[in-house]
Design a protein around this ligand. Structure first.
Ligand code: ARG
Length: 266
């Protein structure tokens, strides 16, 4: 008798518990599933989370370029490290080089990272971070070119990427008539190959990359202009400038910056 009672109560408890579970499971199965999705999915930056938008011109290897449909390069990795340090999601905007400064100035983009040279003229429009690399304007010619130094390009046709320092300096030094502007450095190099221009003035690292990927070109052993690369930020965003500078200082002191650079420049 006693054992029957025990069995009965166990059955009752089980049935009762099953009922509660069913009730909870029914209600809980639908409602929390929706709200539960948010916390689980938050590993991938939640909508409305902090973002850091950059403007670049991704046709400037090894600083920024496309590789298998993805952004790659020194600047992209530096920007990612800065975003990480701020706990923000990096948003990359690939735009024409000449529209970066205006876009940063107007607040369309938080920062411009594009192998961008610090110049007095640009400093009138935007602030620049601490510098993170050095650039040298060099001259690319065909292997059999008679051009041997800067002095030889004065009466020639020079190809440049529009709105870059190469463009600005060549127009100043040799006159607009001697300069042909192209949308990208790669376009200028194509024009050199097809004989539409006699040389291309561009930053040394992209120059090396273009010469390596095209036959019959060489870089002259002259440094036309030596410059500093930095990140531009709106003059109204002192706070971001400080955060970027802190991140750059950190990248430098930890050796991470050298690590990124040596991954792309051998
Ligand atoms: N250093 C040069 C400048 O600041 C060229 C930079 C071009 N950068 C680019 N991503 N296309 O004018």
């Amino acid at each position: 008798m006693k054992s029957l009672k025990i069995i009965l109560s166990i059955v009752l408890v089980v049935v009762f518990a099953a009922g509660i579970l069913a009730a909870c499971g029914g209600g809980g199965g639908t409602a929390p599933a929706g709200s539960g999705a948010a916390p689980t999915g938050s590993g991938a930056a939640p909508a409305g989370g902090k973002t850091l938008s950059m403007a670049t011109n991704a046709a400037f290897p090894p600083y920024e370029f496309m590789e298998g449909g993805e952004y790659a390069g020194i600047d992209i990795e530096i920007a990612q490290a800065i975003a990480d340090s701020m706990g923000a999601e990096l948003v990359i905007n690939d735009v024409e080089f000449g529209s970066i400064i205006g876009g940063v100035q107007s607040g369309k983009y938080d920062m411009g990272i594009a192998g961008m040279t610090v110049t007095d003229e640009r400093l009138q429009s935007v602030n620049f971070s601490e510098t993170y690399a050095t650039g040298v304007q060099v001259i690319i010619v065909k292997e059999d070119s008679e051009i041997a130094s800067v002095d030889d390009i004065a009466d020639k046709m020079i190809g440049v990427q529009m709105d870059t320092t190469g463009d600005i300096y060549c127009c100043d030094d040799f006159g607009d008539d001697h300069v042909t502007e192209f949308k990208t450095g790669a376009d200028a190099v194509q024009a050199l190959i097809t004989g539409k221009v006699d040389c291309v003035v561009i930053d040394n690292e992209p120059a090396k990359s273009f010469v390596a990927s095209n036959d019959g070109l060489k870089i002259l052993d002259t440094e036309y202009v030596v410059e500093d690369y930095a990140i531009c930020v709106s003059k109204d965003n002192e706070e971001l400038l400080n955060e970027i500078n802190a991140a750059i200082a950190d990248l430098k002191s930890t050796g991470k910056l050298d690590e990124i650079i040596s991954k792309y420049i051998k």
